[in-house]
Design a protein around this ligand. Structure first.
Ligand SMILES: [Zn+2]
Length: 342
């Protein structure tokens, strides 16, 4: 799926260096800096009531309907004002009622405070007589309980989150259901995948899944072993996504998939990615069975045929970082140093 939505132009990577879209500002229309800043956050209706907001290198999903607004992930703290402005533009005055966090990392929860607070202000404006109590006066933040735990702990460069940024409603079951904006919205826990608190969010009527970081199409899978992530958990999550998605007959599209990072996808994209990850897993497992060390696996370049597409030699999630995480995840070896991912 590459032609349907222009958002593919904003392919981003986890290094934080955004590959910018081929959208030159009209010459003389406005100052270049302002045009560039405005281009950082862009939205597109995916289908049904669900929108994708591409905020630099991370994606936010937004459902807008008669009950109000549900936001999946809130982007970085720095981008929060722009993301919020874009949500409000799409929402046309409807209140932000729910935020769902797919996992605990700062590039997915950084806007929690700003966006939850805005939910409060909209509710206060429209429903002031009913709202009353302070807690009811801001958007609820829903997440798996491990997200709340991980956010309160902090990790690496990420300090513990302030209480106001934490999920207000947590759950520990495999599936948490909401009915909002006339459709079933299911939060499905993907155990031990990118972290131990990942959920994918399935909008059943709109037929869209927001996956968080269990599926990204910019890099090799990001596995935070320290926080309970695992390569096999990633594969299980990808298989689960494929189980839910249905392609249009002989066409692209059908169920759409919003990845945590990268371009909008459909089932075929996820299948291709799952196949790649599965092939790599099998090679690694084989190597581990033969008694190869991490250094030997690195030297054997077992992922070289995929490096052109998903590899990186520098930045946040390098090929070596992936190999190390995958190896440790499969062999049960403890990380040598404190590993930080996002
Ligand atoms: Zn993450």
């Amino acid at each position: 799926m590459s032609r349907t939505l222009a958002l593919s132009a904003a392919i981003a990577c986890l290094t934080g260096a955004m590959i910018t879209a081929q959208q030159p500002a009209p010459s003389g229309a406005r100052p270049g800096a302002a045009a560039a800043a405005a281009a950082d956050v862009r939205s597109k209706l995916v289908q049904g009531d669900v929108w994708i907001i591409n905020a630099g290198f991370v994606n936010v999903a937004v459902q807008v309907g008669s009950d109000g607004v549900l936001v999946v992930d809130t982007g970085t703290e720095a981008a929060a004002p722009k993301i919020l402005a874009e949500i409000q533009r799409i929402a046309e005055g409807k209140p932000i009622r729910y935020i769902v966090n797919t996992h605990a990392h700062a590039d997915h929860v950084g806007g929690n405070v700003a966006i939850a607070k805005a939910g409060k202000s909209i509710i206060a404006g429209n429903f002031a007589p009913q709202a009353g109590a302070g807690a009811a006066n801001q958007a609820k933040i829903i997440a798996h309980e491990n997200v709340q735990l991980r956010m309160s702990e902090g990790e690496g460069n990420q300090p513990p989150a302030p209480t106001i940024a934490l999920p207000t409603d947590t759950f520990f079951v495999k599936r948490f259901d909401l009915y909002f904006d006339g459709e079933a919205v299911q939060l499905l826990h993907e155990a031990n995948a990118h972290t131990d608190g990942d959920v994918i969010v399935y909008f059943r009527k709109s037929d869209v899944i927001a996956t968080g970081d269990v599926y990204v199409n910019t890099t090799f899978p990001v596995i935070n072993v320290q926080q309970g992530g695992s390569l096999n958990g990633i594969i299980a999550a990808l298989n689960h996504i494929i189980e839910i998605t249905v392609p249009k007959d002989k066409q692209e599209g059908g169920t759409y998939v919003i990845p945590g990072h990268g371009r909008l996808a459909d089932e075929a994209d996820v299948v291709e990615y799952r196949d790649m990850v599965t092939i790599i897993r099998d090679r690694f497992q084989d190597a581990i069975k033969k008694g190869m060390t991490l250094e030997q696996v690195k030297a054997a370049r077992l992922v070289r045929d995929y490096e052109g597409r998903y590899g990186a030699t520098q930045g946040f999630w390098t090929t070596d970082a992936f190999i190390e995480a995958a190896y440790r995840s499969l062999s049960g070896a403890k990380p040598s140093a404190r590993q930080s991912t996002r």
